[in-house]
Write a protein of this length. Structure first.
Length: 255
């Protein structure tokens, strides 16, 4: 599921936020560039079971503006323990009938990616990081929204090695699910696939990852993310999966 990348980029951003110290002087801006390889599962019937995609990575942070991976925005409030952001993001969820080897799936309509806007909050304490977000489809592709909440526990194993675990959930609205996983009567008639109307759902996720500092500026990143799909999604006749997973390996250079 390509939208898992958004969760990974958020984790990288929050880990960087977690490592800021109250005694550190505030910089005018922070900039990091990187690249990586993402390997993960696909959801729709007839698609290849896994995908592998290289990706660039940009991390920019200033007093008011930020960008992390495929999400950016404006800091409405930022301190050493709390940040509140107005966000914009690329919503990568999509389905292309030509990518499916299933003859019936090829007759369905395309599900397009979109752009999102919303709010994000992150709170940093001694026990870890709690973050939550609300994102609306501003292009009205699905006319839906998602809401998420996550807990991340970073642990410094050595001065160079950080390991983290995360657990979280995401609520997908009925309109979001119905656009990406529902089958209309018209589609059913031309494809032979049973019509399906999806309701809202909650997906639970677990994540593990690490960040290793080769130097003060060069870092190695690795992560694995697993999402348990709800019945509202897995009951769709379009799907051929009950779990979504993603593994990422990348390098990051901070200036």
């Amino acid at each position: 599921m390509r939208k898992i990348l958004i969760l990974i980029f958020m984790l990288i951003s929050n880990l960087a936020y977690a490592q800021t110290e109250e005694s550190e002087p505030e910089k005018a801006y922070e900039l990091a560039l990187g690249a990586g390889l993402s390997v993960g599962s696909t959801l729709y019937k007839g698609e290849k079971k896994t995908y592998a995609a290289p990706f660039p990575y940009l991390e920019f942070n200033s007093k008011y503006l930020f960008w992390s991976g495929i999400q950016g925005g404006v800091h409405l409030y930022r301190s050493n323990s709390l940040k509140v952001d107005l966000t914009v993001s690329y919503l990568a969820m999509q389905f292309s009938p030509e990518d499916s080897d299933d003859s019936a799936m090829k007759k369905l309509d395309k599900r397009k990616p979109s752009a999102g806007a919303g709010f994000a909050v992150a709170y940093k304490a001694a026990f870890g990081i709690i973050d939550a977000g609300l994102t609306f489809d501003v292009l009205d592709i699905s006319r839906g929204f998602t809401a998420s909440a996550n807990y991340t526990l970073p642990c410094m194993i050595t001065e160079k090695l950080l390991v983290y675990g995360s657990i979280g959930g995401q609520y997908n609205s009925a309109k979001h699910n119905n656009y990406y996983f529902g089958v209309t009567q018209e589609e059913s008639l031309k494809s032979g696939i049973k019509s399906y109307k999806a309701d809202g759902s909650i997906e639970l996720s677990l994540g593990l990852g690490t960040m290793y500092d080769f130097t003060d500026k060069l870092h190695l990143l690795a992560s694995a993310q697993f999402t348990l799909l709800s019945d509202e999604i897995t009951d769709s006749p379009m799907l051929d999966a009950s779990v979504a997973w993603n593994v990422m390996l990348g390098v990051l250079y901070s200036f």
